[in-house]
Write a protein that binds this ligand. Structure first.
Ligand code: SAH
Ligand code: SF4
Ligand code: F3S
Length: 396
């Protein structure tokens, strides 16, 4: 009988794309995608660890799956489903959940997602009872090869996985691993595959797209791409080179990308954005805090003044819109620090701002600092910024 796979995705666009690629592999193996969890042979929860709230949601969903299983097995005698906790939480909470939730029989890290269909088959066939794989290594390129797309008009294309920036509050480098780059040729081919499917809009995904610097090295055996005369070092293919190559592809109507880290977002990128008809004139540029002291504690690598000056150049050169991420209540954040954050929101006037309350993440550098801004105070600062941003968004 045809088997059915159900997937619930929590977290960011990276996870949306990972779930899509994974579903594609299941479909290629003959599975059907179902939205009815009661019918599923394989139930997957693709998780996020970035804040406690995201982890709590996944744990409560995994708990609710136990009821689905209990209502199923004795009555209709059907096989028990695979219940998989996959993605970012595998490495932060996987071992604990494996011990505490016996009905979760598959745990797989974000790097090893391409193995999930193989692991599911092993369990379904009875070769193994439970599998946990928390490895962090480079993904196999074929993970991205399925033609399946949730959206027929727009595609996410991963350019890198992981992150090596180690912002002090952030769990991503620990759960997604070190920064790893896809080969430029593989990215370009994936974009072309999307275009041949009729997709016209592409969003490139990387935790910090500016970190994309592909080193060809002397023994590189693939197709070397050189993005034009301006490229100074012929052995390096940068994010700007990648954009220039994609800009040349017929059939693309819109290219955008997330996320850009202010510490290495360059004016060269702005000139390219200004001169391209295809690159969307919008930049997601998270500033996190307006206080130089807090920015230093966050290990962000820029100051309030540098951020404002970058934004002024963006507005002058690209004449586009901006969005951002902000954290309130980072350890030791005072009212004065907070007012600097508020000041950036007022000065820059973002189209959107995603405002978060600091959430302590185990193993991060910031976890060594006392989480000393009270819950009430975090909520007050969060509310003030949300209300301010609501007014500002309306004026743009
Ligand atoms: N790589 C991207 C996105 C990282 S996660 C970037 O660097 O911008 C998305 C957002 O979640 C971050 O920008 C930050 O604002 C927020 N975030 C990350 N860790 C957090 C934490 N421990 N507490 C609260 N918000 C956090
Ligand atoms: Fe986290 Fe910083 Fe990397 Fe973004 S750039 S994923 S905030 S460590
Ligand atoms: Fe994304 Fe959450 Fe992982 S923000 S990278 S799904 S920790």
């Amino acid at each position: 009988m045809t088997k059915r796979v159900f997937i619930r995705t929590l977290g960011c666009q990276m996870n949306d794309r990972d779930s899509e690629a994974l579903v594609g592999i299941f479909l290629d193996k003959g599975y059907i995608l179902t939205e009815d969890i009661n019918q599923a042979d394989v139930i997957l929860v693709n998780t996020c660890s970035v804040r406690k709230h995201a982890e709590d949601r996944a744990i409560s969903f995994l708990g609710s799956i136990r009821k689905v299983i209990e209502s199923r097995s004795p009555k209709n005698n059907s096989l028990l489903p695979i219940v998989g906790l996959i993605g970012c939480m595998a490495r932060s909470r996987g071992e604990e959940i494996f011990k505490k939730m016996p009905h979760v029989n598959l745990i797989c890290s974000s790097a090893m997602l391409y193995k999930v269909p193989e692991y599911a088959e092993k369990i379904l066939k009875g070769y193994k009872e439970r599998i946990i794989d928390l490895e962090d290594s480079k993904r196999e390129e074929w993970f991205y090869h399925s033609h399946f797309r949730f959206d027929k008009n727009h595609a996410y294309v991963v350019i890198s996985t992981g992150c090596s920036n180690y912002c002090s509050y952030c769990v991503v480098p620990y759960v997604r691993g070190e920064l790893r780059l896809r080969d430029p040729q593989d990215i370009i081919e994936e974009v072309k595959r999307n275009i041949s499917l009729g997709i016209k809009k592409i969003t490139l995904l990387g935790q910090n797209v500016n970190d994309y610097h592909y080193l060809y090295g002397d023994n590189y055996s693939g197709v070397r791409i050189f993005a034009g005369e301006e490229t100074k070092n012929k052995n390096i293919f940068s994010f700007i080179d990648l954009l220039k190559e994609l800009d040349k592809i017929d059939g693309i109507e819109e290219i955008d990308f997330i996320t850009s880290h202010p510490k290495n977002t360059s004016r060269d990128l702005f000139y390219l954005m200004a001169n391209s008809e295809k690159i969307k004139k919008h930049l997601h540029l998270p500033f996190q805090s307006g206080s130089d002291r807090i920015l230093k504690l966050m290990n962000r690598g820029y100051t309030k003044e540098k951020y404002i000056s970058l934004v002024e150049d963006f507005k002058m050169i690209v004449k586009g819109t901006l969005s951002t991420d902000v954290i309130v209540g980072f350890p030791t954040e005072t009212e004065e620090d907070f007012l600097h954050t508020k000041d950036i929101l007022e000065k820059v006037k973002f189209k959107y701002a995603y405002i978060f309350k600091y959430s302590l993440r185990q193993n991060t550098e910031a976890a060594k600092l006392e989480d000393d801004v009270s819950k009430d105070e975090k909520e007050r600062r969060h509310r003030i910024l949300l209300e301010l941003q609501k007014r500002l968004s309306l004026s743009i």
